[in-house]
Ligand binder design. Structure first.
Ligand code: C6P
Length: 416
């Protein structure tokens, strides 16, 4: 099958040269086909070098020392914040909080804004396609505070049922918290419309951008999101650092999350006054090297261009959907290509997803098998687990061909 024309908008051969791990063979003569970027993306050399050079040349704690290294470390850390702000369309970097990951960002909102503002009987709207990271923090708060949780259903096509959403909004929710892109179905949700309707009904909106920010342009200001959470490690950056964007007035009014160094202005024996934004939410020595890496990841994605990345991935997704659907006994879940990103969860008749994944590994093909931290969604689909191939800017159509060839071998091995 010929690659579709939109695949030419990004020079994938040049991109691949940027990622050292793509040279790796899983065993002699078996090159790596990495199709697990929804779990974590690979890292370009510029990101690896930025972390290496931070430790080799700059290493110092930030916001404390006045020596050269401390000043350089502080400047690099804050430069990364400014880059992230620009990347998500925000002019005021005080609204960008560094956390450990998207999960911690959502927990921060639940434990500070949620705990201070939500009361018994208040309604929080989530969706049936949420990752556990955008379910469990609200469940924990709901059981503590007596909140009501309601869910926008997922339709048979793998989309959110916006008619039911409208009826839930009529009940006067305080918060709508939803994923911008499903890590199982690949569904890209109509975030701007969901937020507009939430605001119309007087609710705030939290966007889980863990799978969207890495893959297409996301402008928090244009979306009018109140909160946006994402992780560096899925967007070519390192593990250990994530982002919470929040509107300044909300962040100002929220109590601190964790207590300790850096988040304070003054401390007395029995009390403290919190620091200004964004430091109020960054207690203790943060992930400094990782912030340098995140800054380099933002530079990298910006240099490749988020529009070309999105359009390249879209073409690749169409190609992958076509190729997977031609394999007898393979069932792909989620909406058609126009509503989805490059996440392809599937089952094979009579073969357990873990077995599929294990056999594919023999051919160097790395995919994920399981519930992908979305057990309620799998329950809704009537499945315990799926196999999931997920794509990024460095994948090529011939890697999808390798996946499909290997799936035919899986069928042969299991006699199906
Ligand atoms: N999904 C996956 O394989 P963390 O772990 O905090 O960086 O990201 C959490 C998270 C939140 N929301 C969505 C939509 C996600 O996909 C994830 C992470 C990975 O699907 C790891 S479970």
């Amino acid at each position: 099958m010929e690659p579709v024309s939109s695949l030419t908008s990004l020079d994938v051969e040049r991109v691949r040269e940027d990622f050292p791990i793509l040279q790796r063979e899983i065993r002699p003569g078996v090159p790596l086909v990495y199709l697990d970027s929804a779990a974590t993306s690979q890292k370009p050399a510029s990101v690896i070098e930025s972390i290496d050079s931070y430790y080799a040349r700059t290493n110092a704690n930030i916001h404390r020392g006045i020596h050269t290294l401390a000043e350089e470390a502080t400047a690099g850390y804050e430069a990364a914040r400014a880059k992230v702000a620009k990347f998500i369309g925000i002019s005021n970097a005080r609204q960008v909080i560094f956390t450990r990951n998207a999960t911690e960002s959502i927990n921060l909102v639940a434990q500070t804004w949620g705990r201070a503002n939500l009361h018994s009987g208040d309604l929080v709207i989530l969706t049936e396609m949420e990752h556990h990271s955008n379910l469990v923090p609200w469940q924990m708060l709901a059981s503590e505070k007596g909140l009501r949780l309601e869910f926008i259903p997922v339709t048979d096509e793998g989309l959110l049922d916006l008619e039911v959403y409208q009826t839930l909004l009529a009940q006067g929710p305080r918060l709508v918290a939803f994923t911008h892109m499903s890590n199982v179905l690949g569904t890209i949700t109509p975030a701007k419309e969901i937020i507009r309707l939430a605001h119309q009904s007087g609710a705030l909106a939290l966007v889980d951008g863990a799978q969207s920010v890495p893959h297409f342009p996301v402008n928090a200001a244009d979306l009018d999101a109140d909160f946006l959470a994402f992780s560096a490690h899925k967007m070519c950056g390192p593990t250990g650092i994530g982002v919470l964007f929040g509107k300044e007035a909300l962040l100002e009014a929220m109590p601190p999350f964790l207590g300790g160094g850096d988040m304070i202005r003054k401390v007395f024996l029995r009390s403290f006054t919190p620091n200004e934004l964004p430091h109020k939410f960054e207690a203790g020595t943060p992930a400094i090297a990782e912030a340098f890496g995140l800054g380099a990841a933002v530079d990298y994605l910006t240099s490749r261009g988020m529009e070309p990345i999105a359009s390249y991935e879209h073409g690749l997704t169409e190609y992958a959907l076509d190729r997977l659907e031609e394999v007898p006994g393979v069932h792909v879940y989620g909406p058609p290509a126009q509503n989805r990103g490059g996440v392809l969860s599937f089952t094979m008749d009579g073969i357990h997803p873990h077995d599929v994944s294990q056999v594919l590994d023999r051919y160097g093909v790395a995919i994920r098998a399981g519930h992908h931290c979305a057990m309620p969604l799998h329950e809704k689909l009537g499945l315990a687990a799926t196999s999931r191939a997920s794509l990024y800017l460095y994948n090529r159509t011939d890697e999808i061909d390798r996946l499909v060839e290997a799936l035919y071998t899986v069928k042969k091995i299991f006699g199906s």
